[in-house]
Design a protein around this ligand. Structure first.
Ligand code: XMP
Length: 327
């Protein structure tokens, strides 16, 4: 296993050639570490786990077993993209777990943000554990740990094991090929491995996903309004050159309704809140100055295309006093 300290001599990976050299080196190291044994990976479709998956597919092919848990709190199209990219295009050994009902049933009626987070985290471990127990001959667990995770966990900020919490009898040796890389380097490597841009340059997305953006107790209809409005926002930001510029952008659906009018009739429906912020480290954040005409266009689309929504609001609050997320 590699050390957890990045050597001072290690060159920053900024070019395809440097990425290729890194990939070749890691393929050799992974082969040496795992031989012909099987490796398990929780593949969320986020940048880090996707890059690890693509790298390990090159190194050990079908001996990598990827488990994608669809907990129903991912953005529109994301679970489908994981299947398309990894199973269809990279020929990965991918287990797709539809756990949507399971998560949403567990979350029904729960409105406290930290309790929601805990339920989502604990249920994830449970689903993953169940899948792991069904498999035979797994000796290794791959993880998309990156260097900031190690630095933060050394400082006691957070546990860097993404799938930490597996029971005692289910402990595997770790395979963490990108653990000495910074995020920008992971992206360069992902690009060199042929992952699509919308995966490689994906915004940070919280582990509990849309669960903390569907405020209060999650309901399926409000979650659907959230997913659809978020997809419209993403599409419009991409079309108008904001996708690569804004650090994080998303919609939120609060657990409240307001009056409105549609086709001459009174409605009593949800507002959608748009948030678009810029930051270096997520500790403080400023609000993106989105052109007013674009906000009006997005408002028109969301209120006409998304079921159950009659208003759109833009959050003007920097961090502090707000946080980036609403929960
Ligand atoms: P806040 O809301 O605290 O968010 O200003 C700062 C950054 O952290 C992300 N975030 C999370 N990420 N699990 C995660 O993996 C979480 O529970 C979580 N909560 C917030 C948030 O999206 C933002 O980038």
């Amino acid at each position: 296993m590699q050390s957890n300290v990045r050597p001072e001599t290690m060159e920053r990976i900024t070019t395809p050639a440097l990425a290729e050299a890194f990939i070749a080196e890691q393929i050799a190291l992974v082969k040496e570490q795992v031989g012909d044994k099987k490796v398990l990976l929780a593949l969320s479709g986020g940048v880090d786990s996707s890059v690890v998956a693509a790298l390990l597919i090159r190194a050990i092919g079908k001996n990598l077993v990827c488990v994608h848990v669809n907990h129903g709190l991912l953005r529109k199209g994301e679970p489908e993209q994981v299947v398309k990219v990894f199973r269809d295009e990279m020929n990965a050994n991918l287990i797709y777990v539809d756990a949507v009902d399971r998560f949403l049933d567990k979350l029904a009626g729960v409105d406290e943000p930290e309790t929601k987070r805990k339920i989502i985290g604990a249920e994830f471990i449970k689903v993953f554990e169940e899948e792991a127990r069904k498999l035979e001959g797994i000796e290794f667990l791959a993880q998309g740990t990156i260097y900031p995770d190690i630095l933060e966990s050394d400082a006691g900020v957070k546990a860097h094991h993404n799938v930490g919490g597996l029971p005692e009898d289910l402990q595997f040796e770790l395979v963490e090929p990108v653990k000495l890389l910074y995020k920008d380097e992971v992206r360069v490597v992902g690009k060199a491995l042929g992952l699509p841009d919308n995966m490689v340059y994906r915004q940070p997305f919280p582990g509990p996903g849309l669960g903390v953006r569907c405020l209060g107790a999650i309901t399926r209809d409000r979650l659907e309004a959230l997913r659809e409005s978020d997809a419209i926002l993403r599409e419009e930001f991409a079309k108008n050159g904001l996708a690569g510029k804004v650090w994080q952008s998303f919609t939120v659906v609060p657990d409240m309704r307001a009056t409105g009018i549609k086709d001459g009739r009174r409605t009593y429906a949800w507002p959608v809140i748009i948030r678009a912020v810029n930051t270096r480290d997520a500790v403080t954040a400023t609000v993106e100055n989105v052109p007013f005409e674009l906000l009006q266009h997005i408002t028109a689309r969301i209120t006409s295309e998304v079921e159950g929504v009659n208003r759109v609001l833009y959050d003007l609050t920097p961090k502090p006093s707000a946080t980036i997320e609403f929960e």
